[in-house]
Design a protein around this ligand. Structure first.
Ligand code: FES
Ligand code: CO
Length: 347
C-alpha cells in the first residue's frame, strides 16, 4: 500500500512535531506528500497551511510570524491562520485580489504535540487516558525520521515473535521463541490486544521493571488506532510499575515516516529518572529501526497477492491489513502498490 496514493488516509489525525518546536518560528513538514508550514497563531494554537505562497510560490516556512500571521520571506505577503492573504506590503492602498488564499488544514495541539488532518477526520485524535492523570508523568521520548512505512512499524509493535531475535541483547529470550497468543477486542478505531510475555530481566533493568527476578512478566494491553498509532500498555505485575508507550508513525511519503514516542510512568523521578528511561528504550528502538529499515517499505495489505508468507503470530498485522483493506473499500478505493515492486509478483 502506497500511503500517498490512498486518499482516505488524509482523513486521520497525525502527530507532526512537539509544540515546543514552534517557539523557533514556522516549521516545514511533509505529510502524505503534502508540503505544510506549521506555526503558532496569536492565540497560542498551531495552524497549518500549504507551504506555498500564492504570489511566486516561495515556501512560507522560509518566512516569519508577525502578530500570529505568517509572512512570506520573499515579498512579505501575509496570511492569517485560515490561509487568507491579509496584507500585500507593496500595495497598501489596493484591495487584496479575490481568491488570494493558501489552502489550510485541520490543526490542533494535544499531548504536547501538533496534530494535523489533511481532510475532515473520520476519528478523533487517539485517546491517551494517562495524559493529565496525576498518577502518571509524561516523557516525550523522541521524534525521529525512519526509512520505512508506518504499517511496518505498527505490525512490528504487535509482533511478539521478534523479541527473541531482534531484542536478544536486551529483554528477548532467545531460547523461548514461541510467543503467547493475544486476546483480541476489535472496535471502531482498531483493536485492543492483551497478552502476558515473559522477558529477560537483567540486574541493570531493576529500576525499569521494579523487580530483581532473572525472568519477569509483562502484562500487555496494547491498542492499535487506525491507521498508524498504537499503545504499548505494559504493566510489570510483580512491581505494578506501568511503562505505557504511545507512538504515532506519521507518513511523510511512501518510504519515510516521523515516529513520535510518548512514555507514561506511574513512578517518580527518584524511583527511575527520565534519563534512565530514555536510555533504556533507546537501544531497543534502534534494534527495531535497524530491522524495519531492512524490509521493503511497501507492505501489501491485500494478502491474496501472496507476496509474503505468514505465521500464527502475524495475526495482529494480518488483522491490521484486513481492516485497512476494508477502510479502502468503504471509501471506494483500491490498494495502490509499487508498480515495479513486490506487488507485481502476484500469484
Ligand atoms: Fe511570497 Fe512573493 S513569493 S510574497
Ligand atoms: Co521491537
Amino acid at each position: 500500500m502506497l500511503v500517498t496514493k490512498q486518499k482516505v488516509l488524509r482523513r486521520f489525525w497525525y502527530a507532526l512535531m512537539p509544540m515546543s518546536m514552534l517557539d523557533d518560528g514556522p516549521q516545514p513538514f511533509t505529510l502524505l506528500g503534502e508540503n505544510l508550514v506549521i506555526w503558532k497563531g496569536a492565540d497560542g494554537k498551531p495552524a497549518a497551511l500549504r507551504d506555498r505562497c500564492c504570489h511566486r510560490t516561495a515556501k512560507l516556512s522560509k518566512g516569519f510570524v508577525e502578530n500570529g500571521n505568517i509572512v512570506c520571506g520573499y515579498h512579505g505577503w501575509t496570511y492569517d491562520c485560515s490561509g487568507a492573504c491579509v496584507r500585500i506590503p507593496q500595495s497598501p492602498n489596493s484591495a487584496i485580489p479575490a481568491g488570494a488564499k493558501v489552502p489550510s488544514f485541520h490543526c490542533q495541539e494535544k499531548y504536547g504535540y501538533v496534530w494535523v488532518a489533511l481532510e475532515d477526520p473520520l476519528q478523533p485524535i487517539p485517546d491517551f487516558p494517562e495524559d493529565g492523570d496525576p498518577a502518571y508523568r509524561r516523557i516525550l521520548q523522541f521524534y525521529e525520521k525512519w526509512n520505512t512505512s508506518p504499517l511496518r512499524v505498527m505490525e512490528n509493535s504487535f509482533d511478539n515473535s521478534h523479541f527473541s531475535f531482534v531484542h536478544k541483547a536486551n529483554f528477548g529470550l532467545i531460547d523461548n521463541p514461541v510467543p503467547s497468543k493475544y486476546d483480541f477486542r476489535p472496535n471502531d478505531w482498531g483493536f485492543e490486544a492483551e497478552t502476558h510475555v515473559p522477558i529477560r530481566n537483567p540486574p541493570e533493568s531493576f529500576r525499569i521493571t521494579g523487580t530483581t527476578d532473572a525472568i519477569t512478566e509483562r502484562h500487555l494491553t496494547n491498542r492499535w488506532y487506525l491507521p498508524f498509532s498504537r499503545r504499548f500498555g505494559c504493566v510489570y505485575p510483580a512491581s505494578n510499575r506501568h511503562h505505557i508507550i504511545y507512538n504515532c508513525a506519521t507518513p511523510i511519503d511512501d518510504k519515510t515516516l516521523m515516529l513520535a514516542q510518548w512514555l507514561y510512568r506511574n513512578d517518580d523521578e527518584a524511583s527511575c529518572s527520565t534519563q534512565e528511561l530514555i536510555d533504556w528504550d533507546r537501544p531497543i528502538t534502534n534494534e527495531d529501526r535497524d530491522i524495519l529499515e531492512a524490509t521493503e517499505y511497501d507492505a501489501c495489505i491485500d494478502t491474496r497477492r501472496r507476496v509474503e508468507f505468514h505465521m500464527e503470530s502475524d495475526k495482529p498485522g494480518l488483522l491490521m491489513r484486513r481492516m485497512l483493506l476494508e477502510l479502502l473499500e468503504q471509501h471506494g478505493e483500491e490498494e495502490v502498490f509499487e508498480a515495479s515492486g513486490p506487488g507485481t509478483a502476484a500469484q
